[in-house]
Design a protein around this ligand. Structure first.
Ligand code: HEM
Length: 390
């Protein structure tokens, strides 16, 4: 496949192919012509440019892109806002995602939750970890954090996945958002009448400068957390396990060497994160060096490309958890820097610890599906593994 005809929205792009294409594009172009779901787009390939593009709220605000792709399903939330309106709403919606709140949540809820999920299949000695673990933990984590009663988690997960299909299946996505609200609305009434120690109650009570989120905004914020937060984290978990199962000696080292695990998480987020490219409309046009792009250009922020820029990392294709943990662009930068980054990192670390603890001799039984695919969100489709029964 010639690099310039790559369609990042439609092509499968398994790991080696994606990174080979990105290496060619990055070397030849600071900003490369590519395709995205059949239309023309340009890919920002190098670390400094991607970082700067994320930070340039003035010329490349993110709101307009999310108004097109996210707002029709999720509703109006801070992700589709810019400027001070964005900042005020983000402040209302995100206190529960700060580092300390997440550490407390990890001890109280995340570790037991990961064990509870493993309990379901541990005695079998084999599983598809994508179907039974990586796509389950992040969704359950958010339902627990919100205070949604057990029993609805699996339905919530199906709806969250469907909400993301808006570009290809608008009716299905909007229907899923409605089903989501039908479960949420009675819960909101209950929490308003009798607040509890959960995120739903916190969202209902939050105020900034005397302003609170209205009921529809609380619903929309919850839909947002599910669709953008849980799905990305599921994919990151899948990619991390895929990289480790492909390196049995590193997996065994991680069993014995607990401090190495944080390095594995950081290196995975650099080496093959869940979001390879991020689309951003340039409403005012864009400029990179002497290249200018007219208003309305669709830029793809090349996260996967920037994170393997050889001017920043020595031998960037090597998976090396002992590298100095340098800045990566995986969670964006500036005004829209991911508010869920602490929660995502915690889930990766906790999941790794629990799987190593519970599944001795964990190894790949069948490589089918184990390589991450996708030019926007990327992840393995299956991880068929076995382990030793105690
Ligand atoms: C490994 C997992 C994750 C990755 C790679 C990731 C990546 C990102 C990136 C790149 C952005 C910036 C988007 C932009 O500039 O347009 C972002 C924003 C966002 N992320 Fe994450 N994310 C992850 C997990 C989460 C989690 C767990 C949550 C919450 C539960 C979350 C919620 C959000 C929200 C609400 C925004 C919008 C922020 C704003 O508009 O101010 N993310 N994420």
């Amino acid at each position: 496949m010639s690099a310039v005809t790559v369609d990042f929205g439609l092509d499968l792009l398994p790991s080696e192919e994606l990174h080979a294409v990105l290496a060619d594009l990055r070397e030849a172009h600071r900003v490369a012509p590519v395709r995205f779901f059949g239309t023309e787009a340009v890919l920002v390939t190098r670390f400094d440019d991607v970082k700067e593009a994320f930070r340039d709220d003035e010329h490349l605000p993110g709101g307009a892109t999310y108004q097109m792709h996210t707002e029709p399903v999720i509703g109006r939330t801070f992700i589709s806002m810019d400027g001070t309106e964005h900042d005020r709403h983000r402040q209302l919606a995100t206190p529960a995602f700060r580092s300390r709140a997440v550490a407390q949540f990890d001890e109280e809820a995340l570790v037991p939750l990961a064990h509870e999920i493993v309990d379901r299949f541990v005695a079998r000695g084999e599983a598809d970890l994508v179907a039974e673990f990586t796509t389950v933990l992040p969704f359950y984590a958010i339902t627990r954090k919100l205070g949604v009663p057990r029993g609805t988690d699996d339905e919530m997960r199906t709806w969250a996945d469907r909400m993301l299909t808006y570009p290809s299946d608008p009716e299905g996505a909007v229907g899923a958002a409605r089903a989501f609200s039908d479960v949420l609305e009675p819960l909101l009434d209950a929490r308003r009448a009798a607040p509890e120690e959960d995120l739903l109650s916190a969202l209902l009570a939050a105020e900034v400068d005397g302003e609170a989120l209205d009921r529809e905004e609380v619903c929309s914020t919850v839909r947002l957390m599910f669709s953008v937060g849980a799905t990305t984290t599921s994919h990151a978990l899948g990619n991390m396990l895929s990289a480790l199962l492909d390196r049995p000696e590193l997996l065994e080292r991680a069993r014995a060497d607990e401090p190495l695990r944080a390095g594995i998480v950081h290196e995975l987020l650099r080496w093959d994160g869940p979001l390879a490219t991020l689309p951003r409309l340039a409403p005012l046009g864009a400029q990179f060096g002497d290249e200018t792009f007219p208003p309305g250009t669709l830029l793809l922020f090349g996260i996967a490309s920037a994170n393997r820029d050889p001017s920043v990392w020595d031998d960037p294709a090597r998976f090396d958890p002992t590298r100095d943990p340098q800045e990566i662009v995986t969670f964006g930068f500036g005004q829209k820097f991911c508010p869920g980054s602490h929660l995502a990192r915690r889930q990766l670390l906790t999941a790794l610890g629990v799987l190593l603890d519970r599944l001795p001799g964990l190894r790949l039984a069948d490589p089918h599906g184990a390589t991450p695919v996708g030019g926007v969100l990327r992840h393995p489709t299956a991880l068929h593994v076995v382990w030793d029964l105690k």
